[in-house]
Ligand binder design. Structure first.
Ligand code: C2E
Ligand code: MG
Ligand code: MG
Length: 523
């Protein structure tokens, strides 16, 4: 059973003021009051239990654990015992909820609570902080006992959980932080354990991390970035560069990708990889994303005026948090209406990992965006384990082949096979393809031969300021040089492609996907 030491004493004051009643009447009135008090005592005890315990798992709530932790931090430290806090979070809980339903999700959480409790000592307290996040207060910790407890919890998740007769494999990640009484606040200790949990997730999940100096430095850096980023938004330090996307058969620029940058007053230009994850965590990504969307669509409207009648697509990276925002679709409608751009010239990029793990609501939002006529691309395609049946149902028309495969295109036979398979799959599913990170002429030529439609990369152009894009719109960024490069432009008939197509066609027939239904696209 979960343990929580009640520390709020219950006090009642009874004042009987009924002097007029007879002797026997007084006695019965008093005993009536007495039983009423007993009843109230029961109600209050039940209320205290309900408010202090999570109704699903029966574990103490966040506020109950916080209260207890604060008490422990005030205790006398002379016995040398420390206090450890462990954050435990399931790694794939959302998937369980999405695939098996919330009833099964609840059953997994109850089993999680029970397995955690089985690992604990008699003085430990487990609590449910919310969702699948549980926190353990290990109040009499030695140097290694917190980590030992965490490791027992990790081991407790090795065996699958049986839900409605089905075996579900869930792993957990654990973050541990500890301190001597009186040295830290409850809030700080919890934050440190949370930072350690975050690191455990970041370093591959299903593992434990203990808060240490390195994590401390990282957490400080993140906080610094977050506060600098708030200033950056106020002082318009963020700006957008554009990378051309080139139609391989003739070298025409048919689109551009908007990529955000940060001009930091002291640190110079900071690439998005250094601040987007922080912005994502603290929610600032919603404001950043909005700015990028407006700026790039306004820019597209200008270019469209400059070269009227020439189709040009603007692809904008969007983060999952942005898509999940309730006002996101309204915002897109507003951007389209105000800039007057053709919805089919806007393409939103969502990374493959997000697409594959997206909740139903996010998929619904993407579907609705699709209904507006805006295109959706799956970014960094090939880096995650896409389920083919999910891919088939996704509201995305464009696959962006990740740079890591293009790198080895001419040298690694494995990469060549992967790119070829992705192209075949895209063709069979009626999706467009854009290859990312093309740095060499051979790669461009090979992609053309393999039937890839569009590519971007340093070979054609690095991401550049808007003014540098304008002259590129009226010229060709490369010309396939020889018959060899041009050979197989219609590679749906080419030998490599045909081989893959045969395999993929068979496979898709097996899973029941529509085949070869090419959609009209912006590219
Ligand atoms: P991404 O969307 O996959 O963008 C492509 C990245 O590859 C860009 O890096 C681009 O500069 C780089 N790149 C393009 N061609 C080449 C090449 O030939 N060789 C090499 N080595 N790299 C190439 P960047 O600009 O640093 O962006 C990194 C990531 O940050 C983007 O990856 C995207 O996921 C994210 N990002 C950028 N802008 C935004 C934004 O406005 N919103 C959101 N949510 N994410 C953004
Ligand atoms: Mg992208
Ligand atoms: Mg990418």
């Amino acid at each position: 059973m979960p343990r929580l030491r009640p520390n709020a004493p219950m006090a009642f004051e009874v004042i009987a003021r009924e002097p007029n009643a007879g002797a026997s009447g007084e006695a019965s009135a008093l005993s009536g009051i007495g039983s009423e008090i007993e009843h109230l005592r029961g109600v209050i005890a039940r209320l205290m239990h309900t408010t202090a315990h999570d109704p699903l798992t029966g574990l103490p709530t966040r506020s109950a654990l916080l209260e207890q932790l604060e008490q422990e931090l005030k205790r006398d430290a002379s016995d040398g015992a420390e206090i450890a806090v462990l954050f435990v979070d399931l790694d794939n809980f959302k998937l369980v909820n999405d695939s098996l339903g919330h009833g099964s999700g609840d059953a997994v959480l109850c089993e999680m609570a029970s397995r955690i409790i089985d690992c604990m000592g008699s003085e430990d307290i487990a609590s449910r902080f919310g969702g699948d996040e549980m926190v353990i207060l290990h109040s009499h910790a030695s140097e290694h006992s917190g980590v030992a407890l965490g490791n027992r919890i990790l081991a407790a998740f090795v065996d699958p959980i049986v839900v409605s007769g089905k075996e579900v494999v869930v792993s957990a990640s654990v973050g541990v932080a500890r301190c001597k009484p009186g040295t830290k606040s409850a809030e700080q200790l919890l934050r440190e354990a949370d930072t350690a949990l975050y690191a455990a997730k970041d370093r591959g999940r299903a593992r434990l991390e203990q808060f240490n100096d390195e994590l401390h430095a990282r957490a400080e850096k993140r906080m610094q970035i977050e506060s600098d980023l708030r200033a950056a938004l106020r002082q318009s330090q963020l700006f957008v560069e554009y990378q051309p996307q080139v139609r391989l058969k003739d070298g025409c620029v048919v689109g551009v990708e908007a990529l955000v940058r940060w001009r930091h007053p002291e640190r110079g230009i900071i690439p998005p990889g250094d601040f987007i994850p922080v912005a994502e965590d603290c929610g600032l990504i919603v404001r950043i994303g909005r700015e990028v969307l407006w700026n790039s669509c306004r820019q597209l409207a200008e270019w469209t005026k400059l070269v009227p009648g020439r189709p040009l697509a603007m692809t904008v990276n969007v983060s999952p948090r942005q898509v999940a925002e309730p006002g996101f679709i309204a915002e897109i409608r507003e951007v389209l209406a105000e800039t007057g751009i053709d919805p089919a010239s806007l393409c939103l990029e969502v990374t493959e990992s997000v697409m594959m793990s997206a909740r139903q609501e996010v998929m619904g939002q993407l579907d609705e965006i699709r209904q507006l006529g805006v295109f959706i691309a799956i970014d960094d395609f090939g880096t995650e384990h896409s389920s083919l049946s999910r891919l088939r149902d996704m509201p995305a028309e464009v696959l962006k082949i990740d740079r890591s495969f293009i790198d080895g295109l001419s040298s690694e036979p494995g990469d060549t096979a992967i790119v070829s398979s992705i192209l075949s799959l895209a063709y069979a599913m009626g999706k467009h393809t854009i290859a990312e990170g093309v740095e060499k002429r051979e790669q461009a030529a090979m992609l053309l031969r393999m039937g890839c439609e569009v590519a971007q990369g340093y070979f054609f152009s690095r991401p550049v300021a808007a003014e540098q894009i304008a002259p590129m719109l009226t010229r060709s960024l490369w010309q396939p040089r020889s018959a060899l490069e041009l050979h197989g432009t219609h590679l749906t008939e080419g030998p490599v492609r045909r081989g893959h197509r045969y395999f993929i066609d068979e496979f898709l027939e097996h899973i029941g996907a529509p085949m070869g239904s090419k959609v009209a696209g912006p590219l």
